[in-house]
Design a protein around this ligand. Structure first.
Ligand SMILES: CC(C)(COP(=O)(O)OP(=O)(O)OC[C@H]1O[C@@H](n2cnc3c(N)ncnc32)[C@H](O)[C@@H]1OP(=O)(O)O)[C@@H](O)C(=O)NCCC(=O)NCCS
Length: 338
């Protein structure tokens, strides 16, 4: 067989882009079954445009055919952590275990090296704790595991009485909880930028060194307040004596999968921990999600297995473990080229 790796430009309503995405979806279904997560080219293009990243897409074809056997996207950051790239790589289930994935991976690593990156930090997931293909593949290709995350799912709807019973009801003279649907109020943005900076270093990241992300109000506006096919709801805790936002949590619903709500970041500033603010903002956000998006059937979240506090909060809310995610790192300096 003769494999060719080709770079493609992703675009909405473009058959080659749809074929690229279908490889990812088919590989995902191979791992997770029919309920596998889906996305859309619309979302992939939107995300690339709103972030400080350069994303390049690649396909592997064979013997002159246009049909992709494998697909990948390299993700190079341009604002912070510029040396550490991300990578999304899938091989169609009909073509796995033939060296296709390794060939595409070597190509992407070289592209990233040529673009000035010195490392890759990415994750893979499976419904089993051990023995999945991605783990074998990552280890065979020189990656080291930096973290193990639990995937937890909460079936919706959750009875409102159950949420009320859990609600820690913070002292209203100390904290108030506020919620915003599909966009953030302008007056949140400065504080929200500080919360995003802290989020980038406070969540467990294993033994990989990442710099604090460089967030300001303008970057928050660009990610959360520009028109997007991704829908979001966010709840924050405001510290009444100072008026500052000290905790946040957000949930997004993506256009490719409206029945799945994805829990994104949650953070309570260190100085305000230990007062159940994490639970309070998550409950408020869940209530808003149920009110605004009654079609959502599941909330899904990922947390480091060592983040016992967050995992325990989720369990109290009714989340159950449905998978495991491993985070991987590879140093590209000195690694062999293609
Ligand atoms: C992981 C994946 C990319 C591997 O692609 P592939 O083309 O089958 O991989 P290769 O044929 O290059 O395999 C290289 C080595 O990886 C390891 N490996 C690959 N699949 C494996 C499996 N199912 N079980 C154990 N080890 C495996 C083996 O060591 C293999 O070498 P060998 O075949 O000589 O034993 C593919 O299974 C896939 O697309 N999975 C779903 C998406 C995903 O998890 N992507 C990675 C995270 S972004």
């Amino acid at each position: 067989m003769s494999l060719q790796v080709k770079e493609i430009e992703l675009a909405v309503a473009d058959p080659a882009s749809e074929a690229w995405l279908e490889v990812h979806h088919a590989a995902n279904r191979g791992v997770w079954g029919p309920a596998a997560e889906r996305t859309s080219i619309e979302e992939v293009v939107d995300v690339a445009a709103r972030r400080h990243e350069v994303r390049r897409a690649f396909v592997v074809t064979e013997d002159g055919s246009d049909l992709p056997l494998a697909a990948a996207q390299t993700i190079r950051r341009t604002r912070d952590n510029v040396g550490t790239a991300g990578l999304w790589l899938s091989v169609h289930p009909d073509h796995q275990r033939r060296g296709v994935g390794s060939a595409l991976l070597a190509h992407c690593e070289q592209v990233l090296r040529d673009d000035g990156c010195d490392g890759i930090h990415e994750h893979s997931g499976a419904p089993v704790e051990n023995g999945d293909a991605a783990t074998g593949f990552a280890l065979a290709n020189g990656y080291r595991q930096t973290l193990l995350d639990l995937r937890q799912d909460l079936p919706l709807p959750v009875d409102d009485a159950a949420l009320t019973a859990l609600d820690p009801r913070p002292d209203p003279a100390a904290y108030v909880i506020e919620t915003s649907v599909d966009g953030l109020p302008e007056e949140w943005l400065e504080d929200r930028a500080l919360l995003a900076r802290r989020m980038s270093t406070d969540a467990p990241s294993g033994d990989i060194e990442l710099d604090e992300e460089d967030w300001d109000a303008e970057r928050v506006r660009q990610v959360w307040n520009t028109p997007s096919p991704i829908w979001g709801v966010e709840s924050v805790a405001r510290h009444v004596p100072t008026g500052r936002l000290v905790a946040f949590t957000d949930i997004v619903v993506r256009p490719g999968q409206p029945d799945l709500a994805v829990q994104s970041d949650t953070l309570v500033l260190r100085e305000h921990r230990g007062q159940a603010l994490g639970l309070a903002v998550k409950l408020a956000n869940l209530r808003a999600l149920q009110r605004e998006r009654p079609d959502a059937a599941t909330v899904r979240t990922w947390n480091a297995d060592t983040n016992t506090h967050m995992v325990a909060i989720n369990e109290r809310m009714g989340f159950v473990v449905t998978g495991w995610t491993r985070e991987w790192a590879k140093d590209l300096r000195g690694a062999p080229g293609r």
